[in-house]
Design a protein around this ligand. Structure first.
Ligand SMILES: Nc1ncnc2c1ncn2[C@@H]1O[C@H](COP(=O)(O)OP(=O)(O)OP(=O)(O)O)[C@@H](O)[C@H]1O
Length: 786
């Protein structure tokens, strides 16, 4: 049984030696000063039934808003990380992308405990498609918007006038949403057929290259206080692994594995808090000591923020043709329709072109991809051309993205910028596609820029002849969504990749969220003298002011109906609606999509259980569409650039604050308006404390008439039992890993059964005994074991 698990998980790679983390070694920091003048702008609030009036939320009115006019839309960790021999194992060695992190534990269990089951996803897709055709695009089912009772509105207006709440520290220390992504799903099967094939492939042939890397690695000096010196810091418990190979651990400990909290939240210390701002104009640069509270103001003269006064605007005043970039890049930029640089592009370009390592923080949808791609291309364009006869032409720029969708998107942006650079090639390597095909492509079309997901990159390192040698040519390493890539779910892969690229390189870390933990561990990748460039104005919050955020609290049994009504209201309100509905796990995503589809809404679903070709197809469709609802797991949470998303609904608690911000960031991109609704059950309200610095206000629940409730019940009764069973189990797994909810197992089971009833089930679905015991729920009354 164990041997069956290993190839499926592709745990054939070498593990890194034991690692821990050194104390904080921050580099210099630049941040955009909080005093940049701004013009407040109030956007019309579109969630009319909420009764929010502009500025009604004290926080909102206090925030600095964009000076740019709002363009109308055109046309309208591990809590369940397996513990192995007492060592916390938070990452699978070769996880391809973010979503797979949640899958692999479930997959492991499936294989370990029950053997493989058949997937029905594609059949359901076809069925959903039939439904869609039958029902048209869903718009004609729109019901008139129901008016809120006046008193309800008044009450809400009153309550939303309250003062903004104080700032609360990031919740990253809950050890990441990765932990929450463990969803306890056992029924799934259709992940990465190709990956499975990859994993069993060529494992012996791999060794040569891998050994080369390892022996080379051994000779390397430490990079700054770097990754090889991670055994001494706080949080050693996170990665206190011996150098034994990952699959060996799995073999030996299969029976001992338990899904417990890693305690990773303990690895931070409050004393390391960075103070970002001292209230001066311009750029405030901080060095390492400033991160400990001793700030050093060295206002930069070479790159003043010409966007002062527009701190919430994504565009700066600097045009691309005013800066020193190659004419070929400039032509590509022009063709892309970019005229002015975005604030983050303007702020980071000089530092990157100067050769600095950069950690950059900028809000969602503000052009970070171009910010790291453009200077990277400039760097490559200045390198001497690679001789055609070179057997293994070097890769000069390596971009790592946490999801396949994001990697594909980055490549597409790179191609746009490279349009007039005939001799610079770009390629992508991602999971879910044939490794052999990628190997062929890499061979046939040498590229200087490679975009990859971490797991697949490791696959190539270990399976593709000459690949390790090519990586020795890397001059620029980029970690997009850096906080995600540096958290426990990807850490091992990232460490392995960092070990495979030269120490003498430039490293760029970009994200919309840079929690304090990232400052503490970024030395894994960055030089000590790196610059932290923060374009998020102090006090403006990490989300966009033009995105109206509300939360609603309602008992679970109303969630399906409420979701339906919210969607119908929105559809009626905006003919060009484009909605993302985020769910907690892949299986819950599927269930919600099934229900909404039964309700004749125009729905697509996307999550890690879908084949890559399906994911690509749906993603492309949603990008181009209007009048569509995409029900999704966290595969769409980060980075994906769907234009003109009108509403983001998050059902249930996101895994952490960062995830909330990134999910919400799918709307309100490029300065556009957007709306966000967080739908919680009463016992999920504790999550609000982690986002209490954000301008989110409580909204009243839309009223549910008996007819709507009946319709939803009917729709639920049409959803396959198997989908409900899987969702129930996944739900249980997800919330078991929540610090608060999962603490009291008796209460957890009561809530799970409430969820079961909300799906219209009289009795909760039975769960395999072994799974229950692995989840620590063996003897809890209220669960049905089988
Ligand atoms: N200078 C520019 N002018 C206009 N549009 C731009 C510019 N640079 C990038 N864009 C566009 O802005 C959009 C958002 O860019 P991108 O996806 O890189 O944002 P991001 O900051 O990485 O967002 P996220 O944090 O969600 O990943 C893209 O459609 C991109 O093509």
């Amino acid at each position: 049984m164990i041997f069956k698990v290993i190839p499926r998980l592709r745990l054939l790679g070498h593990s890194l030696p034991a690692t821990g983390f050194t104390a904080l070694k921050p580099g210099s920091i630049i941040c955009f000063n909080g005093s940049i003048p701004v013009l407040n702008r109030v956007f019309p609030f579109k969630l009319r039934f909420f009764g929010l009036s502009p500025g009604s939320n004290g926080k909102l009115s206090e925030r600095s808003l964009s000076t740019r006019p709002s363009r109308p839309r055109s046309g309208a960790s591990s809590k369940f990380t397996p513990k192995i021999r007492g060592d916390v194992r938070a990452s699978k060695s070769l996880i391809e992308d973010e979503a797979e992190l949640s899958d692999w534990v479930g997959e492991l269990r499936t294989d370990s405990f029950r053997g493989r089951l058949t997937s029905e996803d594609e059949e359901l897709d076809a069925c959903r498609e039939r439904n869609r055709v039958r029902s048209g695009d869903g718009r004609r089912n729109a019901v008139p918007v129901k008016r809120r009772r006046e008193s309800e509105l008044d009450n809400f207006r009153e309550s939303s006038k309250r003062e903004p709440r104080g700032r609360l520290g990031d919740s990253f220390s809950r050890n990441s949403r990765f932990s929450k992504q463990f969803d306890g799903e056992l029924e799934d099967e259709d992940i990465d057929d190709d990956d499975e094939e990859d994993s069993s492939r060529n494992t012996r042939g791999v060794r040569r290259e891998a050994q080369k890397v390892d022996s080379w690695k051994g000779k390397r000096n430490e990079r700054g206080s770097g990754s090889r010196n991670m055994g001494n810091g706080r949080g050693n418990n996170l990665e206190r692994k011996s150098s034994s190979r990952e699959e060996e651990d799995i073999d030996a400990n299969e029976e001992k594995r338990s899904w417990k909290m890693s305690g990773a939240e303990n690895f931070l210390s409050e004393e390391d808090t960075v103070i970002d701002d001292d209230g001066d104009y311009g750029i405030l640069r901080k060095n390492a000591s400033s991160a400990l509270g001793l700030e050093k103001d060295v206002n930069q003269t070479e790159s003043p923020i010409s966007s002062q006064g527009k701190s919430d605007s994504y565009l700066s005043e600097t045009r691309f043709d005013q800066i020193s970039i190659s004419p070929l890049s400039l032509k590509g930029i022009k063709d892309a329709g970019y005229e002015k640089m975005t604030v983050v592009q303007e702020a980071t370009l000089p530092a990157i072109l100067k050769g600095k390592d950069v950690l950059a923080k900028a809000k969602t949808g503000t052009g970070k991809t171009v910010a790291f791609l453009l200077p990277s291309i400039e760097i490559v364009s200045k390198l001497p051309p690679v001789d055609r006869d070179v057997k293994r032409p070097p890769i000069h720029v390596l971009v790592i993205c946490p999801t396949r969708e994001l990697a594909t998107q980055a490549v597409s942006e790179a191609k746009t910028l490279l349009k007039y650079h005939p001799i610079i090639g770009v390629q992508v390597v991602i999971g879910g596609t044939k490794l052999a095909l990628e190997q062929k492509n890499l061979q046939a079309n040498p590229c200087q820029i490679l975009v990859a997901t971490p797991g697949r990159l490791r696959d190539h390192l270990e399976n593709t002849a000459g690949f390790a040698t090519k990586l020795m040519g890397v001059k620029v390493l980029v970690l997009d969504e850096a906080d995600r890539l540096l958290d426990m779910g990807f850490r091992k892969d990232i460490e392995r990749i960092i070990a495979a690229v030269p120490k003498q390189r430039q490293t760029l870390l970009f994200s919309a969220t840079v929690p304090e933990e990232v400052h503490q561990i970024c030395h894994i990748a960055l030089r000590r003298d790196h610059e932290f460039i923060n374009t998020v104005q102090e006090g403006s919050g990490d989300t966009h002011s033009q995105v109206r955020q509300v939360y609603m609290v309602s008992p679970l049994d109303k969630h399906f109906s409420l979701l339906y009504v919210l969607l119908k209201e929105h559809i009626a309100d905006d003919v060009d609606y484009k909605v993302l509905v985020f769910c907690t796990t892949a299986k819950v995503t599927k269930l919600v999509a099934d229900v909404l589809s039964e309700l004749n809404l125009n729905v697509r679903e996307i999550h890690s259980r879908k084949s890559q070709s399906y994911r690509t197809r749906v993603s492309d469709e949603f990008r181009k569409s209007k009048g569509l609802i995409l029900v999704t797991s966290d595969v769409s949470a980060r980075g994906v650039d769907y234009p003109d998303v009108t509403l983001v609904i998050q059902v249930g608690i996101p895994s952490d604050r960062q995830q909330y911000i990134h999910r919400l960031g799918r709307t309100g991109r490029k300065g556009k308006e957007g709306q966000g609704i967080l739908l919680l059950a009463p016992w999920e309200e504790h999550f609000l404390s982690s986002i209490k610095d954000l301008p989110i206000a409580k909204a009243p629940l839309p009223s549910l008439d008996p007819e709507t409730t009946k319709m939803v019940e009917r729709a639920l009764s049409h959803v396959e039992m198997k989908a409900k069973e899987s969702a129930y189990q996944a739900w249980l797994g997800y919330y078991s890993s929540d610090k608060k909810v999962g603490k009291d197992k008796y209460r957890l089971v009561e809530l799970a059964n409430e969820f079961s009833r909300s799906m219209g089930l009289d009795n909760p679905p039975a769960i395999p005994k072994l799974v229950l015991s692995k989840m620590g729920l063996g003897n809890i009354p209220g669960l049905r074991a089988r």
